[in-house]
Design a protein around this ligand. Structure first.
Ligand SMILES: Nc1nc2c(ncn2[C@@H]2O[C@H](COP(=O)(O)OP(=O)(O)OP(=O)(O)O)[C@@H](O)[C@H]2O)c(=O)[nH]1
Ligand SMILES: [Mg+2]
Length: 446
């Protein structure tokens, strides 16, 4: 559902990444665009304002402007802010005190009944709770109880209801089941209305008075527009919610308003519904969602890894070599070893911004092939490494033998090296500074 905002932000990021130097002016420009895209995604304007302010303050700090790759640093700031905006960490449901009593509330059709079954399934499969009871306390919609009963069978948990229209009584009697039976969790499904009204709130308040709920989750359709902020506010003021569950995020909603609800109610987003089936419930991970919104893989970890492992001076020297076209196979090897320090190639690829967009996140990087490359280069003489063009057939055979690979492998490596060199030469001509790339990673040989 975050596609629209994601595409926009991706553009902003692409632009700022390409700039070697970050100035106040281009930070302002980027922020303006981020602001627009968040507003277009229906994020509440007050929330947008505070978000932008924070990013701006951090982005204009000394460290960013002077850092090795200011573009990347800026993205990291936006990302980190987005994570904290989405709620930092999420621990799901605390099951240490049982029975866990959960009340589900929300507008009509928001997904409460489906979510009740999904939560039961989650507690069963993820939290290993066996004894779960679903209580059907929706007396407004004719088939509501039957719907929940059917779902309870699908996920194989117990079900309780009564054939009358007093929802509070059903809930209370459902709770009283605990006097004679043991349950690890009881989930109460309630009626929804088109709008929040007195009767509805009254009914829920009475339930809350009678039953010591551990969690009161507001189930909200992520397609709800700006109105969602009021919904969150009213429900929270009346009942004190403990968390949000966003449903239908598999739809094409812009999602921004739903995210603003978190701020209005100041409670965490606990789960998201990603489909109609009972197993389509995911714990809400702010960091992953932020990365998804920014369409950039796990940039944070990548920037951290790069700054931990890359020697800035070294990276500058390498770039110099590219520009002067004196980059040789020794440098190539060194680049590769530097990259190896950062972990398996596959992991690095997954973290690369835009890799997902380019369909590269699933590319399998062969660490074995990297070992071969290393062995091949180490079997060359100093002169061969400096002047690979002298490597003829007999030299190739010797190198292959020395490194335990086939002659074709040697030929392939030499070809790759020539290509990288050519590519780097043309890139070196086009841009100065290192704003756009990852320092120390220019070789990306495979
Ligand atoms: N695609 C998708 N559909 C969902 C999701 N959650 C619920 N639905 C669908 O949304 C519709 C309404 O879901 P319900 O669970 O009946 O909603 P409710 O809040 O209990 O509705 P009322 O009891 O009438 O207020 C159903 O058709 C569900 O299958 C979701 O995460 N993704
Ligand atoms: Mg329902």
């Amino acid at each position: 559902m975050f596609d629209a905002v994601s595409n926009k932000l991706y553009e902003v990021i692409r632009k700022i990444k390409g700039t070697g130097v970050i100035s106040e002016k281009n930070i302002e420009d980027a922020l303006k665009e981020i602001r627009m895209s968040l507003l277009e995604a229906d994020v509440n304007y007050k929330v947008v304002k505070s978000f932008i302010e924070t990013v701006k303050q951090k982005a204009l700090g000394e460290d960013v402007l002077k850092s090795l790759s200011p573009g990347q640093q800026f993205i990291k700031i936006v990302h980190d802010e987005l994570v904290s905006f989405l709620g930092d960490t999420n621990t799901g449901i605390d099951i240490s005190n049982r029975p866990v009593l959960i009340l589900l509330i929300g507008l009509q059709g928001s997904g409460k009944t489906t979510t009740a079954a999904k939560l039961a399934n989650y507690l069963k499969t993820e939290k290993k709770l066996d004894r779960i009871l679903l209580v059907g306390a929706d007396t407004y919609r004719p088939a509501a109880k039957e719907q929940l009963e059917k779902l309870s069978k699908t996920v194989n948990v117990s079900f309780y209801t009564e054939p009358h229209n007093d929802a509070v009584k059903i809930a209370v009697n459902g709770y009283k089941e605990l006097e004679t039976k043991v349950y690890d969790a009881v989930i109460f499904d309630t009626a929804g209305r088109l709008h929040i009204d007195e009767d509805m709130i009254d009914e829920l308040k009475k339930m809350k008075q009678a039953i010591p709920f551990k969690e009161i989750f507001l189930v909200a359709d992520s397609m709800l527009g700006q109105e969602s902020v009021n919904v969150a506010k009213n429900f929270n003021e009346a009942l004190g919610i403990t968390g949000l569950i966003l449903t239908k995020i598999d739809g094409d909603a812009r999602g921004g308003a739903a995210l603003s609800m978190k701020h209005t109610a100041n409670v965490p987003i606990k789960f998201m519904g990603t489909g109609e089936k009972t197993d389509k419930l995911e714990l809400f991970h702010p960091d992953r969602i932020a990365s998804r919104i920014l369409g950039m893989g796990d940039v944070v970890s990548l920037v951290e890894k790069v700054s931990q492992n890359i020697n800035i001076e070294q990276a500058k020297k390498t770039e110099e070599k590219f520009r002067k076209n004196t980059f040789n196979l020794d440098d190539f090897l060194e680049q590769m070893q530097q990259m190896k320090k950062m972990g398996p190639m596959e992991d690095i690829m997954k973290m690369l911004p835009g890799a997902q967009k380019m369909g590269l996140s699933n590319v399998k990087m062969d660490d074995k092939e990297m070992k071969h490359t290393e062995a091949i280069i180490l079997s060359m003489t100093k002169r061969e490494r400096n002047h690979p063009e002298i490597i003829d057939t007999s030299r190739k055979a010797r190198i292959a033998k020395g490194s335990g690979v086939k002659t074709e492998n040697v030929s392939r490596l030499l070809k790759q090296f020539a290509q990288v060199k050519k590519m780097m030469k043309s890139m070196g001509r086009r841009r100065h500074g290192m704003g756009g790339g990852f320092p120390g990673m220019p070789g990306m040989p495979f």
